[in-house]
Design a protein around this ligand. Sequence first.
Ligand SMILES: [Zn+2]
Ligand SMILES: [Zn+2]
Length: 249
Amino acid sequence: MKIEILGCSGSVAIGFNTTSILINGDTLIDAGSAASVLSEAAVRDIRHILLTHSHIDHIKELPFILDVMYSNHVQGVTIWGSKQTMDVLKAHVFNGLIWPEMEELKVDESVFRFACVPENEFEIGRLRVKAVEVEHIPGSVAYVVCEGDHCVIFSGDTGYVQALFDLAASYGERLKAFFIEASFPNRMHDIARITHHLTPAMIDGGIQDFLQNSPQVIAYHIKPKYLQEVLAELPKRVNAIKGGEVFNL
Ligand SMILES: [Zn+2]
Ligand SMILES: [Zn+2]
């Protein structure tokens, strides 16, 4: 599984893009920065966009990605998310005020469609995907993405939920990487709790039990302003990414 980190920051700053992670060239986790990072040809190759939730740092380039699809007559693109995420996009983004309603453009389902993630694992191309509810805003999900026996977890934005760490542990050897958000430094524990995000100390607590012979744990979604602090506080076993990295897992 090829994983390209187009952007993975918790906010925008020069050199820092918000979350968009491209898998095998055609599946995108979140739409925070793809349109401004990828070539038009690469955007045209995207067929599935998996949204973790509706916060703007995860959806802000979705209108521009769809603009590329529409103007190039690309067919068969699916935007996946929870029902809450889909409802927010339709009410507050694709509403004719912020961006056109899809009906206005006479876009039918052969061009692109919005689809709610099913409860159970589902297949998109060679990938098997499972959406798992996490503790952030209503409708927020993490994604477990598997290709053959290789699985990767993307936490999306989340507060501390032991179930997420238990889920990671349950994949055992099959889990090749666990991408987990680390938005704030430890001194901002209270802000992290209120805004439903994680700190390095919270991650440390969660991975204690299963990291003995574990997969890579990779911190992302760090706020650029706190990057150095968070990097210094992350447990030794946890790597961090800032965007631009490519993994073959
Ligand atoms: Zn975010
Ligand atoms: Zn968020």
